[in-house]
Design a protein around this ligand. Structure first.
Ligand code: SAH
Length: 225
C-alpha cells in the first residue's frame, strides 16, 4: 500500500522524537507523547514542510522562527506540567509550542505582538480542535494581568532581564522558563518562586529572537530585524 503524506510525516515525527528528544535525555512521558502527536509540519509554510522535523528552527515570516524541536521539549520539561496548570506563553509565533502546552496543561493563554502571526496560529489551533487555548495580541513583556495569576509562564523570546511583572503574575511555587541574556546568546533559565523567594537555575546556552516591548528590548535597540 502506498504511504500517504501524513503517514510519511508520522514516521518523521517518530524519528524526531527518538533521535532529538529521547536521544538527548528528555524523560517526561507525557511530553514525549505530545511531541509524537502534534503535527509540526502544519505549523510551517508548505514550502518548508519537508524540513519541519529537522533538528533546527525554521523561519515563519516577520523575521521570526519556530523553535527547534529539542528547545521546545527542554523548555516544556522545565515547566514540570502535571495537567492542572494555567500557563501563560509569551511569543505565540507559529503556535507549535502552544499546542504542546495545550496537550499537557489545563489552560493556555498565549500572547503575540505580531497580529498576523497570532491570527494564523489561532486559526490553525482551532482547526486542530484545541479548546483550552486563548490567543491574545499584545506586548506580552508585561504579561497578561487580566488573566493572572498563572501557575507557569514560558517566554519564547530572548529577554535582557526577567520582567518583575511576570514574577508578580506567578503563583507561589510557580515556575517561569525564560531565555535571558544579550541579543545573540542567552541562558535558558528556570525560575522558581517559593515562599516569596526566587530560585534560578540554568539549562545552558540558547539563541532566541528578541522579546520586544516595554519590559524587553526597545524596538530601536533591535536594528537587525
Ligand atoms: N514558540 C514560538 C516561538 C516564536 S519566536 C514557536 O515555536 O513558533 C518568538 C515570538 O515572540 C515571535 O513570534 C515574536 O513576534 C514574539 N514576540 C516578541 N516580543 C514579544 C512581546 N513583547 N510580546 C509578545 N510576543 C512577542
Amino acid at each position: 500500500m502506498k504511504m500517504t503524506k501524513e503517514d510519511r510525516f508520522f514516521k518523521e515525527r517518530e524519528r524526531m522524537v527518538r533521535e532529538q528528544i529521547i536521544g538527548r535525555g528528555i524523560k517526561d512521558e507525557r511530553l514525549i507523547e505530545a511531541m509524537k502527536k502534534v503535527p509540526r509540519h502544519k505549523f510551517v509554510e508548505e514550502a518548508l514542510e519537508s524540513q519541519a522535523y529537522g533538528d533546527h528552527p525554521l523561519p515563519i515570516g516577520f523575521s521570526q522562527t519556530i523553535s527547534q524541536p529539542y528547545m521546545v521539549a527542554l523548555m516544556t520539561e522545565g515547566l514540570c506540567l502535571q495537567g492542572t496548570e494555567r500557563v501563560l506563553e509569551i511569543g505565540t509565533g507559529s503556535g507549535y509550542q502552544t499546542a504542546i502546552l495545550a496537550e499537557l496543561a489545563e489552560k493556555v493563554f498565549t500572547v503575540e505582538r505580531v497580529k498576523q502571526l497570532a491570527d494564523r496560529a489561532e486559526r490553525l489551533l482551532r482547526e486542530l480542535r484545541y479548546k483550552n487555548i486563548v490567543v491574545m495580541v499584545n506586548d506580552g513583556s508585561a504579561g497578561l494581568p487580566q488573566f493572572a495569576p498563572f501557575d507557569r509562564i514560558i517566554v519564547t523570546a530572548a529577554a535582557p532581564t526577567i520582567p518583575q511583572v511576570l514574577l508578580e503574575q506567578l503563583v507561589d511555587s510557580g515556575i517561569v522558563v525564560i531565555p535571558k541574556g544579550d541579543r545573540f546568546s542567552q541562558d535558558l533559565l528556570i525560575v522558581e518562586k517559593r515562599g516569596g523567594k526566587i530560585y534560578t537555575t540554568s539549562k545552558g546556552g540558547c539563541v532566541f529572537v528578541p522579546l520586544i516591548g516595554k519590559f524587553g528590548w526597545k524596538e530601536n535597540e533591535v536594528w537587525d530585524l
